[in-house]
Design a binder for this molecule. Structure first.
Ligand SMILES: C[S@@+](CC[C@H](N)C(=O)[O-])C[C@H]1O[C@@H](n2cnc3c(N)ncnc32)[C@H](O)[C@@H]1O
Length: 426
């Protein structure tokens, strides 16, 4: 397991210095809470939003960054909700009530004391025990109670779990399956120190509690160790782990942010977003794209955990990707090609039209794809007269450039006559 990153809070003591990679992480948390509230209050029918935000590894709540004090995740989350509440109130004449509960969990009692003291100093003291709950425990030990608390609040179970663990094994996959299985609308943002695991992996770890926590058995480890002999092993193991996570955590949708700390080549980690709804995945995917070029210390390896290419060295196209700013164009080109091949294969197999939602669901987890990229690819295929897109009523979408999730895509010509393939062959 990863060694402690050295964050330490004690009331009256010096603040810990925030790592630069955590600035990106906090920005993602912050933007996601905002996007979440905006999305769920978009409909004019919504008059209130009942939500629980769980910060399962919350820390003391304040750091030093370049000599200035900055907030940690618990205070960032309180502020994000407050800001979203004001934005929604300004946009909606009749208002929407955001009923958010916050559960801050930390195993270290000094950190919890520090956070409580800070919340009081910041004027949130009266909220403790009301809508802010501070839980001095290991997240694993209280996960069941937290799930129960959310279930008792209502039927929608809207909940965001930020599980910012140090390493990769403090949150068991069984617990994540428990969250996904027991709640209707849960989302998990999980820190996973993938490079730490990949670098450490050796056969002495077989059967240890750490690997058991993430459901890696003897055969899984042996397979991955064999990969260590191969060219491009690191990415190959990352891909295998990513697939393993998808198979074992019980979510339908995934987005991996790949965070690359300054100067550390072996400390890359994933910020995995796990959800059960395509719109949740879409919102996190959009944040991914909007931040791709914002943080130089983050994301340049963004998509390279996916799409293993055996003939390439692990680090080669990371650089290629990072320094090439037309990543979006490249993704669109790739999606046009993949979509054409997929529709072609489906037509040959006699399958019917495909909804945009089904297309997204089956492909988004493996690629940095968001709806606008799919839309752009569909427009290209439609302009090439390769596909037709129709509303569920059957009305053809002849000129729109943005499609609904339930729009149906079908071939407009015989399989084998795809013009995008002709263009590639020429
Ligand atoms: C990286 S710090 C938290 C940072 C915080 N999420 C932020 O972004 O400001 C990790 C925290 O997790 C706590 N911790 C470590 N193991 C834990 C566990 N098993 N359950 C809950 N908290 C734990 C540590 O005491 C530490 O305060």
């Amino acid at each position: 397991m990863a060694a402690s990153l050295g964050y330490d809070w004690i009331v009256g003591g010096a603040l810990p210095e925030l790592g630069r990679h955590s600035v990106a992480k906090h920005e993602i948390f912050d933007r996601y809470v905002g996007a979440y509230i905006q999305t769920l209050t978009k409909s004019h029918r919504v008059r209130e939003l009942n939500l629980t935000i769980v910060d399962g590894f919350c820390g003391g709540g304040r750091y030093l960054l370049d000599g200035s004090e900055v907030d940690g995740s618990p205070l960032r989350m309180l502020a994000s909700v407050e800001r979203a509440q004001l934005e929604v109130a300004a946009a909606r004449a009749r208002g929407v009530e955001i009923k958010a509960d916050f559960v801050f969990v930390d195993a270290n009692s000094n950190h919890v004391d520090f956070l409580r003291d800070l919340l009081e100093r910041e004027g949130h003291g009266a909220r403790i025990g009301r809508d802010i709950h501070i839980v001095p425990s290991k997240f694993e030990d209280v996960a069941g109670e937290v799930i129960e608390r959310i279930r008792k609040k209502g039927t929608a179970h809207r909940s965001l779990f930020f599980l910012d663990q140090y390493g990769w094994s403090a949150v068991t996959f069984a617990t994540i399956r428990g969250i996904m299985g027991a709640l209707l609308n849960p989302e998990v943002v999980l820190t996973f120190m993938v490079d730490n695991l990949v670098n450490l992996l050796n056969d002495r770890m077989i059967g240890t509690a750490g690997l058991a926590a993430i459901d890696l058995d003897r055969d899984d480890v042996r397979d991955m160790l064999q990969m260590k002999e191969m060219r491009g092993w690191k990415r190959l193991i990352q891909n295998t782990l990513y697939e393993h996570i998808q198979r074992n955590t019980g979510a339908d949708y995934y987005t991996p942010f790949f965070i690359h700390p300054d100067g550390g080549s072996n400390r890359d980690y994933w910020l995995l977003h796990l959800s059960k709804h395509h719109q949740a995945r879409e919102e996190m995917g959009k944040i991914h794209w909007s931040m791709e070029n914002t943080f130089e210390h983050f994301g340049r390896a963004g998509f390279n955990s996916l799409g293993f290419q055996p003939d390439q060295d692990v680090r080669e196209d990371m650089l290629d990707f990072g320094f090439n700013d037309n990543a979006r164009t490249r993704s669109e080109v790739a999606v046009v090609d993949q979509l054409a091949r997929m529709l072609h294969a489906r037509a040959l197999a006699g399958a019917g039209p495909l909804t945009k939602k089904a297309l997204f669901a089956s492909h988004c987890n493996e690629a940095p794809v968001i709806a606008s990229i799919v839309d752009a690819a569909l427009v290209q295929l439609r302009e090439a007269k390769d596909v037709m897109i129709a509303a569920p009523t059957g009305a053809l979408r002849r000129s729109v450039r943005k499609f609904d999730w339930n729009d149906e895509i079908s071939l407009s010509r015989q399989p084998g006559l795809f013009s995008v393939f002709d263009r590639q062959a020429a």
